[in-house]
Every structure is written in structure tokens, then in C-alpha cells.
Design a protein around this ligand. Structure first.
Ligand code: NAD
Length: 911
């Protein structure tokens, strides 16, 4: 079967209210009021026949394999080049194959239908299988003329082929007459029109019926076999009369779009046919005729395939996307019908280097950049080196098309100083979601509607006109898409797909922000919120949690609401159960629910103390405990606790809240040790944000600035697999982040550890006790005791600060054979691998077999046990300054492989 396999359309977004032409020029040409109904489409200043053809063709190729297109015919009477293949240009922009025919059909308004017949006959002949036929016109007329009213700009595209046919081609009939209703001499700017009455009576109303009846005879059909009749004729009454003459009932006649966009020249039969196909049902029979120096009539029957054609903008989509314009001088300026002063800057040279255009045609015309074959990062422009700093591979770039990639605005400006036909010039940085960015001009937008994060689509547009040399330069621009949700993130490589998060108190404030972003990044979220008052009073309400769940679902995410209170163990269990029952697991818990009951201590009644403790401190215990059990089973978990500056530093009137918030730090300090070996990380955030809790505390201007969005990124990072941090506290607010630590001063020794010092001793040594010149953090209690035990450890003979530590890591390994106790090695067959980090570090392995010991520098293939340590710590361990058990529990010593065999080390060597 041969026929149409796809269609596409393009009508520019700008529509001029025809009455505005009359309002400006009616004093001069009162008769134009007769056709001043509705709107006509007109190109933006940077659009022309070529750019519209590109858009219609892209629309037509949606869902089609471009590599299968064997020819491209571009049809127009208004091509921007009289001698340069515009079809070849459009073909390059569309990134069609090079080994195809790209040909312009021109010089008659029926060039579109003639090209279509040619294409269908070629496919029928078996020479080619898929041909893209695009018709596009931007016809010019002098100001205040009927034709300025009648004309519109537009394009439409049809793909013809022999597979997946949506409208079967049944046949055609063509007439060629040298009927000159209008013409444009090769040295003229505008068409010369002959008298309308003659054109109407001798042209349209005779030639179209002749072609249609010729087709009827040829195919032995009649108007009864036609469901939709498509033929352009901008004489409204004549359009109706011709249809009547042919015996077509009014409902069969497809609208000629005079009111919606005007007549789009050679594209109009296609525009009307596309509109008919958009509404067609399988079985519909469509007769289409194109007039101009004769007439082509074609007959199609719609097939079932029309129902599976992927969605596209089409003509109806373009007609909906309109910007009504009443500003007639703007229309005149855009069409270069009035001369304005453009300023000195407009005189900048615009010559195009044809050699560069040829060399970089893929980039400049096809918007082709590169994609690294090693790491998959796209980049624009294509270069020798991959831009991904973790890759930087050389010569690994393959071609990558950006034109249809989703992108959004990273930054933009409206520039009134730059030369522009439609100031201000709007341009900015656009970021492709999957990688790649560049500084682009924006078009088809108003500065006031542009937002950072807004999605854009790429369009091929005119950039400059080199009038002196008659050349038009094109490149790709970005169209901000109205109403699209701002994308705040670049391609999110921190994702939570397949993970399940619990966020407590997620119905509002900070928790809501965390939940929304987690869901946006792929997590399934339990949105817990009791919905109580700020002080925790009231029976609660389901609506805050429900609202957040609705928001998540509306954005395509997954979430479930939970209304239990964190303040009881049953509530905590129910929250975790909700996660497990709904989503099957728990990977993250953000303990965030919170209330306030501020009172100075004297007025702090036990119920206020307890209520705050219950929600914040016990709440974290209640939820984390059952979640921790699940995480341990899964060998993975991320827990975030919410502290506060009030707890870390103190705040008047908040003893309850401060105690609870600091209590959470203690909770974390121990939980981090319990979770460590199960890959469960627990960290704490101390946020500052404008929410219900702070609305009467923060000054209004600060409240506005301190949105929860600024805290959210840190908390989400702490929840991610990428975060290896454990037991840390962070302040976060307004984009300022820092780490908080509990640190210990170097302190001092009073006495010898056998006699307790006196109160007076303490007083005398007060400054030394207070010394905080070299604060130190400790990972756990054992490590924190280290300096105390060290202070009273008996010094070795001859040990002075100078001799201490003189032994190097290398010395130790050299000395190992000497320290080896062969008598203890009977039956021992092990390889100990030592990976020592630090300046003196390196890798050694010690092989013990058959009572012998061999030390070799480097890594063993498959060691029995691997010991990992810092160089200083290793020296201290060997020299007895560091206890092996405390080194192990504090994390200074890491043992991998057969941990039990590591105990042999003490037995086998005597240092
Ligand atoms: P918020 O009031 O907007 O949100 C807290 C949410 O917790 C509320 O929706 C509330 O209904 C819910 N909640 C209260 N008790 C609950 C319970 N028993 N069970 C379940 N949900 C309960 O306040 P926010 O500022 O977003 O607070 C979030 C967390 O951040 C709190 O822990 C708070 O103490 C802490 N914090 C906030 C700030 C700040 O500047 N906003 C500063 C430091 C700490």
C-alpha cells in the first residue's frame, strides 16, 4: 500500500488581528474592511520559509526513523535563496542521510501538490520508499492591501511511503495551464496580481472543478465517494460556490482557515489536509486539490494506522499556541516594510565564511554535539576531550543530536543595548537535562514570562540577514515553554530510585520540602504528619500529609500519607509499618517532626517539658528503632536527626527544646557506632528556615529569605548512598552550611594519677584546663579516654620526645623476620597484607608457611587477612603506645578478610 505515512504542521505563534490593519490604514484603504475578520498568522522576525519548513518536518518525523527517509522535497514560492538548495539546507538541519535527493519545488502555488504527486508516484515506482514533502510559504504583500489581509504564514509536511500508511493514495489528476493570476518577476519584491474578479471566475471556479471532475472520471468515483473536500481558495464566497458546484455538502468542505491564520500559499493544501487528517477516522475518503497555474487533485482513504500515529502538535496544536498582536507597526517592522534606525551596532559585519559553515555544518545546522563513548556525557560543542572531570577521555566523542533533548534555563537576561528587531534581546544559558549547555538566544517569548528553571524547546531560526550579500544566517534558539514546571536541578545524578523514605512532620515546612524533593528524585515516600497545632495541641488533621501526597502524585511521584504521632512507640511502629506495608522496605528516615512550648525554666511545667521531649527526643527513638531493625536486615540505611542551634548553642526560654535537641546528638553519637558495620549512617542537621515554628521569631524579611529549600539539599545528600559521613552535625540555612563538632581541648595533667588533686590545684591550673588552642574530635568514648590513659602511661626507658617515633614503617617491616617466632608457627599457613597509609605508608605482605616468615613489598594476590592503618598509628601499635583493641574499636585499625586470623599476629611476632 502506498500513501501518506505521517503528517506535521507549523503555524507561527504570532497572529495579527486584521482589524488592527484596518484601524491603522482604513483612512487610506477603506475597502480592506471587507476582509478584516479574524487573524492572520505571521512569522516572528527570525522566521522564514526555511525555519517553518524545519518545524513542520520535525513535527512530521515525530516517532519516525529519520534514517529511512530517501528524499526530501521542499515546496515554496518564497524560498530565501534563488540559487541554493533550500531542501538541502533543511535536510542538513534535520540530520537526514547525505545519500538522498533534496530538491526544491517552486514557482507555482501548486508546487506542494505537484511534489506530493511526484513523491507518491516515485514510491509507487519502487525507486524510493519514504519521501518527506514539506510545503512552506511566507508571502509578502504591500501594506494595506487585500492580499496582506488574506495571506498568512505557515508550513505543513507529509511523509509518503509504503509502510504504516495512514491514508492510502488512490490516484491523482493534474492540469497544467499558463494561467497567470499573479506572478513575481525575478527582479520584483512583490507579486503582481491581476484583477480579482477575473482570477475568481476564470481561475479558481473553472480550473479546480475541472481537475476534480477529471479525477472523478479517472477513478470512476463521484462526490458521494468523498467525505472531506480540501481545496484552498481565499475568496470566501467562491470557496463555498466551488464546493456547491462540485456537489459537496457544506459539512464535507474543510475550513480554509481564513479567520484562524489566512492562506499560507503553496503550503495551504497541506495545512488543510493535515487539519482534515487530525480529525479523520479510519475509512474516511479525502479529496485534495491544489490550485496554481493549473491544478492537482489527489484522492486518499484513511486507514486504521491513523489511530496509532504518535501525538504531535499538528496544525491544531499550532493554532492553539498563539500570541494575538494588535500592533500593526510591529508586523510591518518584522516584515521589513518600514525602515527604522537600528544604530551603529547594527552595522557589525555579518559575512558568513562558507568554508566554516561547510566544516561545522553538523554543529551549526544540525545542532550536533558530542557524547563520550567512555562515560556517556553529552557536551556541546563536540570537542576532543570529554568535559566530565571524572573522565576527561580523549577522542571518545560520537555525534549526539541536541535538537530534541529536554533542556531548561539556567540563567537569562533581557538586553536593551544589544541590536534586536524585537528588543530586548533575551538570551541566556540553557542546560540540557542529560548534559551539555550553551548560551542561546531565546525567541517566541516575553521577557516578563521567562524564569530560571523553565523548560525550553529548541528551534531553528534566522540569526542575521547579510543584506549586502543576500545571505541569511541561521542557528538554533531556545523557546521558553509557557507553563512548564521549573526544573531547579541539573541532571540529578543523586537519585533515590527504588528506595523508600520516611519523613516525619512532612506535612509542612522543612519536612514537606524534603518529601517533595525525595519523590522527585525517585524515592517512594511515607509522608508522616499528625497535623497538630504548633505546640502539638489538638486532635490533629489529615490534610497536611494528604496535601503533600497529592503534590507528589501530581508530579508523577509515589507517596503514602501517615497520620500517626511520633511521640509514642506505637506511633513510631505504625509509621515504619506503613512504609513496609506500602512499599516493602525502609531505606531512609528523616526525623523531623517538631513542636515548640517555649517557657523560661521557672514557668516550665512538666507537661511542657514532656511534650517537647516526647516529640523530638523520644519521637526520634520511637521511629528510628523499628526502622533500624529493617535497615540492619537490608544492610543499608540513612538516618537524619533534626537538632537545633537552640540545643547546640542555647536559646533563652527553650530549656525543654534545647535539651531534646542536644539529646538527639547523644543519640546519634552512639547509634552511629551501632549502625556502622551495617552500612547505616546517621547524621544530624541543625536547620534554620522560615516555617510555622519560626514565623514569630524571625524578622519578616529574613523569614522570606530563609526558605526550607535552602536546607533541603544538605538533608537529601545525607540521605543518599553517596554520603559516607557518619555521626556528623551540620548547620544549614539560606545557603550557608558548616559542620559542628564536639571537640576536646588538650587539657593538662595535675599530679601523677595516684593522688587526687586538690580544689586549689584546680584553681591554680584553671587556664591550662581551659586551653582550647588545639581542639580534637574523638570518634568514640574509648578514643576520648586515650589522651588521659596516655598521660599516665609509664614512659619507656630513654624515651625522649626526640627518640619517640623515630622508628619508621619501613624499619618495622625490615625487622619482622627477626621478630618472627617460628616456635609459635607450627601448622600456620597465612598471608597478612598490610596496607599502610600516610607519608611513610605502602603495601607489604607477610607470608607464614611451614614455620617460615617472608616479607614482600607490594600486594598479595589473595591475602588471608588485610590490615589497614595510618603510618603513625601503625608505629604506635607496634611500639605498644596504642592498644590494638582500642585502635580497632575507634576505627584507626581496619581489618578485612579473616578477622580471627589477625589475632595470630600478637602470638607470632615479638617486637
Ligand atoms: P513546622 O511546624 O513547619 O513542621 C513540623 C511538622 O511536624 C508540622 O507539620 C507538625 O504537624 C508535625 N508534627 C508535630 N508533632 C508531630 C508528631 N507528634 N507526629 C508527627 N508529626 C508531628 O516546622 P519546621 O520548622 O519545618 O520544623 C521541622 C524540624 O526542624 C523540627 O524538628 C524543628 O524543631 C526543626 N528546626 C527548625 C528550625 C527552623 O528554623 N525552622 C530551626 C531548628 C530546628
Amino acid at each position: 500500500m502506498i500513501g501518506i505515512t505521517s503528517y506535521g504542521g507549523y503555524i507561527p505563534r504570532l497572529r495579527l488581528n486584521r482589524m488592527s490593519i484596518f484601524q491603522s490604514m482604513g483612512w487610506f484603504a477603506p475597502a480592506i474592511v471587507m476582509v478584516a475578520q479574524g487573524e492572520r498568522s505571521f512569522c516572528n522576525w527570525d522566521e522564514d520559509t526555511v525555519t517553518m519548513a524545519v518545524e513542520a518536518s520535525r513535527d512530521c518525523l515525530a516517532g519516525k526513523d529519520k534514517s529511512k527517509v530517501d528524499a526530501h522535497y521542499l515546496c515554496s514560492t518564497t524560498l530565501p535563496f534563488a540559487d541554493r538548495s533550500c531542501a538541502g539546507l533543511v535536510k542538513t538541519v534535520l540530520n537526514l542521510r547525505d545519500d538522498i535527493i533534496a530538491e526544491d519545488f517552486s514557482a507555482s502555488l501548486k508546487c506542494g501538490t505537484s511534489a506530493l504527486v511526484t513523491a507518491l508516484d516515485t514510491v509507487k515506482g519502487g525507486e524510493k520508499r519514504n519521501i518527506l514533502v514539506t510545503a512552506s510559504d511566507k508571502r509578502e504583500a504591500r501594506a494595506a492591501y487585500f492580499y496582506e489581509m488574506w495571506f498568512g504564514d505557515g508550513a505543513a509536511s507529509l511523509l509518503v511511503g509504503d509502510t504504516d500508511v495512514i491514508a492510502e493514495y488512490k490516484g491523482s489528476y493534474s492540469l497544467s495551464y499558463d494561467f497567470v493570476d499573479h506572478y513575481r518577476g525575478s527582479w520584483n519584491e512583490y507579486d503582481y496580481m491581476w484583477e480579482e474578479r477575473w482570477v475568481r471566475d476564470e481561475g479558481y471556479s473553472k480550473i479546480i472543478p475541472e481537475a476534480v471532475t477529471g479525477l472523478f472520471d479517472k477513478l470512476s468515483i463521484s462526490m458521494d465517494d468523498v467525505d472531506k473536500l480540501v481545496f484552498p481558495c481565499f475568496f470566501k464566497a467562491e470557496h463555498r460556490n466551488i464546493a456547491k458546484k462540485l456537489g459537496a455538502a457544506p459539512e464535507k468542505v474543510v475550513d480554509n482557515f481564513h479567520e484562524a491564520c489566512g492562506e499560507t500559499g503553496s503550503a495551504h493544501p497541506f495545512v488543510m489536509l493535515v487539519s482534515a487528517l487530525e480529525k479523520a477516522k479510519p475509512g474516511d475518503r479525502i479529496l485534495m486539490a491544489g490550485f496554481g497555474q493549473g491544478c492537482d487533485a489527489l484522492y486518499f482513504q484513511v486507514t486504521n494506522n491513523i489511530e496509532s500515529l504518535p501525538a504531535r502538535k499538528g496544525i491544531s496544536g499550532c493554532l492553539e499556541n498563539k500570541k494575538a498582536v494588535d500592533n500593526y507597526p510591529k508586523f510591518l517592522k518584522f516584515r521589513n516594510l518600514i525602515k527604522t534606525e537600528m544604530g551603529i551596532r547594527a552595522e557589525a559585519p555579518t559575512q558568513t565564511a562558507m568554508s566554516v559553515l561547510w566544516r561545522k555544518r553538523k554543529m551549526l545546522m544540525g545542532l550536533i554535539g558530542g557524547k563520550c563513548t567512555e562515560c556517556g556525557t553529552p557536551q556541546f560543542p563536540k570537542m576532543d576531550m570529554c568535559v566530565n572531570p571524572d573522565c576527561n577521555a580523549l577522542n571518545t566523542q560520537e555525534d549526539y543530536e541536541f535538537a530534541d533533548e529536554p533542556a531548561f534555563i539556567k540563567s537569562f537576561t533581557g538586553d536593551l543595548l544589544a541590536v534586536s528587531i524585537d528588543p530586548p534581546a533575551v538570551y541566556g544559558m540553557i542546560q540540557f537535562e542529560n548534559g551539555g549547555r550553551f548560551m542561546a538566544d531565546f525567541t517566541d517569548c516575553e521577557l516578563s514570562d521567562v524564569q530560571v528553571g523553565q523548560q525550553v524547546s529548541m528551534v531553528f531560526r534566522r540569526r542575521y540577514a547579510d543584506k549586502e550579500r543576500g545571505f541569511t544566517g541561521y542557528f538554533w534558539k531556545a523557546v521558553p515553554l509557557p507553563g512548564t514546571a521549573p526544573i531547579k536541578e541539573e541532571k540529578a545524578d543523586i537519585r533515590f530510585d527504588d528506595q523508600v523514605a520516611i519523613v516525619t512532620g512532612a506535612g509542612a515546612g522543612l519536612g514537606r520540602a524534603y518529601a517533595l524533593e525525595l519523590a522527585q528524585r525517585g524515592a517512594r515516600v511515607v509522608v508522616n504528619d499528625l497535623g497538630g497545632a504548633r505546640d502539638g495541641a489538638g486532635d490533629g488533621s489529615k490534610s497536611p500529609a494528604d496535601r503533600v501526597v497529592d503534590e507528589i502524585k501530581a508530579a508523577g511521584g509515589e507517596a503514602v500519607a501517615n497520620y500517626d504521632s511520633v511521640a509514642t512507640p506505637e506511633g513510631g511502629r505504625a509509621i515504619v509499618d506503613a512504609a513496609v506495608k506500602t512499599f516493602g522496605r525502609v531505606d531512609m528516615v528523616i526525623n523531623n517532626a517538631g513542636i515548640l512550648r517555649d517557657k523560661t525554666l521557672v514557668k516550665m511545667e512538666p507537661e511542657n517539658w514532656d511534650a517537647v521531649m516526647d516529640v523530638h527526643l523520644k519521637g526520634a527513638y520511637n521511629v528510628t528503632r523499628p526502622a533500624f531493625v529493617r535497615m540492619r536486615e537490608n544492610g543499608y540505611g540513612r538516618i537524619v536527626l533534626t537538632s537545633s542551634a537552640a540545643g547546640l548553642y542555647g536559646n533563652f526560654g527553650q530549656t525543654n527544646y534545647s535539651a531534646a535537641k542536644m539529646g538527639l546528638v547523644g543519640f546519634m553519637n552512639t547509634l552511629k557506632l551501632e549502625g556502622d558495620k551495617h552500612n547505616i549512617r546517621v547524621n544530624t542537621v541543625a536547620p534554620i528556615a522560615g516555617t510555622r515554628l519560626t514565623e514569630d521569631v524571625l524578622p519578616p524579611d529574613l523569614f522570606e529569605k530563609l526558605t526550607p529549600e535552602f536546607v533541603k539539599p544538605l538533608v537529601l545528600y545525607l540521605c543518599s548512598e553517596k554520603c559516607e559521613e557518619n555521626g556528623m552535625i551540620f548547620n544549614a540555612g539560606m545557603g550557608y552550611f558548616n559542620r559542628v563538632a564536639i571537640a576536646t581541648g588538650p587539657g593538662t595533667v595535675i599530679g601523677d594519677g595516684t593522688q587526687p588533686p586538690t580544689v586549689e590545684d584546680i584553681h591554680r591550673n584553671w587556664d591550662a584546663i581551659n586551653d582550647f588552642s588545639v581542639p580534637k574530635e574523638f570518634p568514640n568514648t574509648t578514643a576520648a579516654f586515650g589522651p588521659m590513659l596516655d598521660a599516665f602511661r609509664p614512659k619507656k626507658k630513654d624515651e625522649t620526645p626526640e627518640t619517640k617515633g623515630k622508628l619508621s614503617v619501613g624499619d618495622i617491616f625490615k625487622g619482622i623476620p627477626k621478630a618472627f617466632r617460628a616456635d609459635k608457627a607450627a601448622g600456620v599457613d597465612v598471608v597478612f597484607q598490610f596496607d599502610i597509609s600516610g607519608g611513610e605508608g605502602g603495601s607489604w605482605h607477610v607470608t607464614i608457611k611451614d614455620g617460615t616468615c617472608e616479607v614482600t613489598e607490594g600486594s598479595a594476590g589473595s591475602p588471608t587477612t588485610t590490615v589497614k592503618m595510618g603510618d603513625d598509628d601503625f608505629v604506635k601499635l607496634i611500639t605498644g603506645e596504642l592498644n590494638a583493641m582500642s585502635a580497632f574499636t575507634s576505627g584507626m585499625l581496619k581489618i578485612e578478610g579473616d578477622v580471627m586470623k589477625s589475632q595470630l599476629i600478637e602470638k607470632l611476632f615479638k617486637f
